[in-house]
Design a protein around this ligand. Structure first.
Ligand code: NAD
Length: 289
């Protein structure tokens, strides 16, 4: 069965929208998005995030800079946003230009406004199982998918492919937590993992986040496994209007008949990431007003 991430994300957005419209607040929640350079995918992601804000009633403020912006100027923009009362969430769109150190930027964001959850304080809180921080949006979106589909991970073998700071590592920390519905036995595989096929084949739930188009084929999948495809990869397609189409890290057609559930690309994890961003911004707003 195909998991309709878009429909689940829509229902979460509906809930946020009702909460924002349902009470009288002296202001709306506010999200600041910092966008640097001209990379087309970054601009596309920011546009989607802005549209999401519009749908639920969050004010979004886009701060756009040339790719030559100095680290000093970027840090001072973030300081201003940290002190700006109308801003509940600060998001710095990745990737950053090479001369800017992501860790330094994330550490400069007020942890209370760090709705992307990349500040070391919030990363630490996930590891400690503390719920008063912010969880990065893609791991949170995947956790919400399991919750909404009533998939109990207790004791299940979950293999995550990819150890990035934005997906793999925080997702592993989240799914292994001693908390109802989680409690998974997590394996985190990466580019140096030996015999990857065997490691994946043990998984009751396989999460692919490696950024290699259609890498996972049916040989990697245990019969009846749940497959979560995080990958968003552009591949050339002369028949498409844009000249490209989006595919995941999983070869959908190869895997489909062998798994029990699978997220498609697009309309799988992507919309859940946006819904989680809106949810984190709403949470920040509630904590701050
Ligand atoms: P990244 O490039 O930061 O990390 C990739 C990881 O994959 C690394 O840890 C690496 O060790 C591992 N890897 C690379 N080759 C491998 C191999 N052959 N076998 C096993 N592991 C291997 O990636 P990222 O930022 O986590 O993104 C991964 C993918 O997820 C990309 O396609 C990205 O576009 C997508 N993504 C999607 C969303 C969403 O909302 N759906 C959000 C974030 C990222």
């Amino acid at each position: 069965m195909i998991i309709d991430g878009k429909a689940i994300a829509d229902s979460i957005e509906q809930e946020i929208s009702s909460k924002i419209a349902g009470e009288v607040f002296h202001r709306r929640p506010g999200l600041a998005v910092v966008l640097i350079g001209e990379l087309a995918p970054s601009h596309a992601y920011v546009k989607m995030k802005k549209k999401g804000c519009d749908r639920v009633g969050i004010n979004s403020y886009i701060y756009q800079f040339d790719e030559n912006i100095s680290e000093h100027d970027l840090l001072s923009t973030i300081q201003d946003l940290n002190g700006d009362e109308k801003i509940d969430g600060i998001l710095v769109q990745l990737p950053l230009p090479d001369h800017i150190l992501p860790h330094k930027i994330f550490a400069s964001i007020d942890p209370g406004k760090d709705i992307d959850g990349f500040n070391p304080v919030n990363m630490g809180k996930i590891l400690l199982g503390m719920s008063d921080g912010f969880c990065p949006c893609t791991p949170l979106g995947i956790k919400l998918l399991f919750e909404k589909l009533s998939i109990d991970l207790t004791g299940k073998n979950v293999t995550i492919l990819g150890r990035s700071n934005i997906v793999g590592k925080p997702l592993a920390a989240l799914l292994m937590q001693n908390s109802p519905g989680l409690n998974a036995t997590v394996t985190l595989a990466h580019s140096k993992t030996k015999d990857l096929q065997a490691v994946c084949h043990r998984a009751d739930v396989l999460v692919a986040a490696i950024g290699i188009p259609q890498f996972i084929t049916r040989e990697y999948i245990k019969q009846g496994a749940v497959v979560i495809d995080v990958g968003i990869n552009r591949v050339d397609d002369p028949d498409a209007k844009t000249g490209y189409r989006l595919v995941g890290d999983v070869d959908f057609h190869s895997v489909f008949e062998k798994c029990s559930l699978i997220t498609p690309v697009p309309k799988g994890v992507g919309p859940m990431t946006i819904a989680s961003l809106l949810l984190n911004t709403w949470t920040s707003f509630r904590r701050r007003i």
